[in-house]
Design a protein around this ligand. Sequence first.
Ligand SMILES: NC(=O)c1ccc[n+]([C@@H]2O[C@H](COP(=O)([O-])OP(=O)(O)OC[C@H]3O[C@@H](n4cnc5c(N)ncnc54)[C@H](O)[C@@H]3O)[C@@H](O)[C@H]2O)c1
Length: 433
Amino acid sequence: MSKSSSSAKFEVAIVGLGYVGVPLALGFAEAGCRTLGFDINSERDLELQRGKSPFKHIASERIAKAIDDGMLEFTTNRSLLSQSEAIIVCVPTPLRSHQDPNLSHILEVAEGIGPYLRDGMLVSLESTTYPGTTRGEFRAMLERHSGLKAGTDFHLCFSPEREDPGNAMSKLREVPKVVGGFTAGCMEKAVSLYEKAVDTVVPVHNCDTAEAVKLTENIFRFTNIALVNELKEIYAQLDVDIWEVIEAAKTKPFGFMPFYPGPGVGGHCIPVDPYYLTWKAREFGIDCRFIELAGQVNRSMPGYVANHLLEAMNDRGQLLHGSSVLVVGVAYKSDVSDDRESPSYHVMDILQQKGAKVDYYDPHVLTIGPDRGQWAGCHSICWDLDVLQHYAAAVVCTAHAAVNYEELADTVPLIVDACNVVPKNRHARVVSA
Ligand SMILES: NC(=O)c1ccc[n+]([C@@H]2O[C@H](COP(=O)([O-])OP(=O)(O)OC[C@H]3O[C@@H](n4cnc5c(N)ncnc54)[C@H](O)[C@@H]3O)[C@@H](O)[C@H]2O)c1
């Protein structure tokens, strides 16, 4: 090995400062590691350099303190990555329009950081992907643009990200971290990096296994949510409340884990990651029937919710066409501002196609961002009883703690509730969906 990274200014550099990268950088900095954050988005970078959090669920004070303590720096200057002992990559891994994996972001990163790799450095991929990516496409790109060999000149590993935005229990130090190395030496290096910031590191056989761990966790969630969504439909016909069933079933101390129904699945992970495996499986002539079926069930949920509104209005002799409807919650889950792949937008699309005048309220998404089709640029209504009175119906798609559901039920005459949060003993007729 010609050049050594032992005199490196940073112990770790995080590439991609999004929902995963920012808490990861903070976690390392707060553990006492000199940490560099890099992103190609200069606005994001400037915001972070000023100690301002891009996310509501992460306090700006934490970022400002880590910067003041000299533990955290942010940059858009890629060449600074050469001054780090390790580089962790957490950029998006979305789907293309036909649900094929889109590895362009991680391959761009590999191309971009290649020239700055030095002997003895560790590169850890944390972006969710199918087994084989780290040792395959990602390694090939790193080697091509660095002239170095993985496992010989630099170390390489995959470590799945378990960040759960908005969940106070999801702390980097406390959540066990799975790691798979390209070689035994890579594994050793990877374990010693993660042990600086995480109490329990879980080594697995290799990178492919670690990649499969992440997909398994999310496919487990995706299929179980589909199962409760299907049970919800069946039990509704039998006049049995799925929410009461789950509350009672979860008193069983073993063999049952609660999952909850809803208007579909959203976010950057659950609706996306399972299709990384279905795509890979096709290479071997295998149809992932279970995953495909779960996807069909979950995708049918926005229509199920919208139909409940249509029928409930019909029962009251009202037309959905021309009525003003308020969708409550466009974030994909409770108490966060992330509205990526949110099923709320599908509910809004369907209601609008049926002629409803659709507005939304979300205390965490005041304006809808540019990538949300026809809803881009729309603003949340203000929570005001005079404004609420104007709606014929509301559809609750996300259960935010900051929403006053009593007030909603006292003001809007008809509510379709996909989250089981609206009290049924108030003025409104409440329909579960
Ligand atoms: N969001 C979650 O809760 C979560 C949880 C577990 C795993 N993951 C996985 O982690 C990965 C990142 O997800 P995220 O939610 O943080 O994404 P994100 O969109 O919030 O953030 C990604 C960041 O990467 C930056 N970026 C894109 N291309 C880049 C490049 N070439 N160089 C440097 N920066 C670049 C973007 O500007 C953005 O700031 C994905 O693979 C995702 O599946 C996400």
